[in-house]
Design a protein around this ligand. Structure first.
Ligand code: AMP
Ligand code: MN
Ligand code: MN
Ligand code: MN
Length: 276
């Protein structure tokens, strides 16, 4: 049987719109046979997702997407096939979550300086037991008609250099890789083209990542153009990294990021799933 892999997705445990069960069901409907749930800095959706996958006879890879700081830049590191109960990983996650909580308060304070009130209450309620992300702030700004699209919320308030952006020091690249490896997982650089960094910068960062024990890089991602896929392929080849494929699905209303609708993996690359 030919497997259909989608190794990057989100649920309500972070900034996704679907419960883990709904996400797994949707992936199954879209033909995905191996799904990874990779919520931002949390593994809380995994148990429910595993149960839903078992009920449907599909494979769920335990995953996470960790925010990492490297030379003042935030990079996202996906951990695949992790043991969610590993103590080192759990400690790391707890640290990331306290950074997220503090940052959420700081973002809300910055919005108050712009005479926009009530953000903190909104995002804590919207996130529930899940992690608070900037997407929740974008939803707040949209709901209260300060902006007309999510994108505008990022462009006007939440992105780097905008009034409600809070510079955040996450765990280092090396630490995130170490936690993932301690948990028996494979560390993968997420969506390498989305950071808008130069090839020179990325090559240096990838050398550090590889040296720390990182093994993979996303080559096929939801929004990547063929050019971007080609450039990611070159990074994979240059640094001898395994190639991953994931949609980064968040919500059904975004037609560009549907589960399982990915371009083919370029030939010649070593797919990351060889390691599972
Ligand atoms: P955080 O990890 O809290 O900084 O939130 C990052 C999340 O916000 C990403 O995973 C995306 O889901 C979302 N995001 C970031 N930048 C944008 C953007 N320009 N437009 C829409 N969503 C974005
Ligand atoms: Mn997200
Ligand atoms: Mn990401
Ligand atoms: Mn993601």
């Amino acid at each position: 049987m030919t497997e259909i892999y989608d190794l990057h997705s989100h649920s309500i445990a972070s900034d996704g719109a679907l419960s883990p069960t709904e996400l797994v069901k949707r992936a199954h409907e879209k033909g995905v046979t191996v799904l990874a749930l990779t919520d931002h800095d949390t593994t809380n959706g995994l148990a429910e997702a595993q149960q839903a996958a078992a009920d449907l006879g599909m494979r769920l890879i335990n995953g996470i997407e960790l925010s990492a700081s490297h030379l003042n830049q935030c990079l996202h590191i996906v951990g695949l096939n992790i043991d969610p109960h590993n103590p080192s990983l759990s400690e790391g996650i707890a640290r990331q979550q306290s950074i997220r909580d503090l940052r959420a308060k700081q973002i809300a304070e910055k919005l108050e300086k712009k005479k926009i009130f009530g953000a903190y209450q909104f995002v804590t309620q919207a996130a529930g037991n899940g992690e608070i992300t900037r997407s929740h702030f974008a939803d707040f700004l949209l709901t209260h008609q300060h902006v007309t699209t999510q994108q505008e919320a990022f462009d006007r308030y939440l992105s780097k250099g905008k009034p409600a952006f809070v510079p955040t020091v996450w765990a280092s690249l090396e630490e995130t890789v170490a936690w993932i490896k301690a948990a028996g997982g494979v560390a993968v650089v997420a969506h390498p083209m989305r950071y808008k960094l130069s090839a020179k910068w990325m090559n240096r960062a990838l050398a550090v990542f590889k040296q720390a024990g990182g093994q993979g890089i996303e080559v096929v991602t939801g929004r990547a153009s063929l050019d971007e896929i080609r450039m990611s392929q070159q990074f994979a080849e240059k640094h001898q990294l395994y190639a991953s494929a994931g949609s980064d699905f968040h919500a059904p209303d975004n037609i560009y990021l549907e589960l399982g609708r990915l371009a083919a993996m370029p030939v010649g690359l070593k797919p990351v799933w060889e390691l599972f």
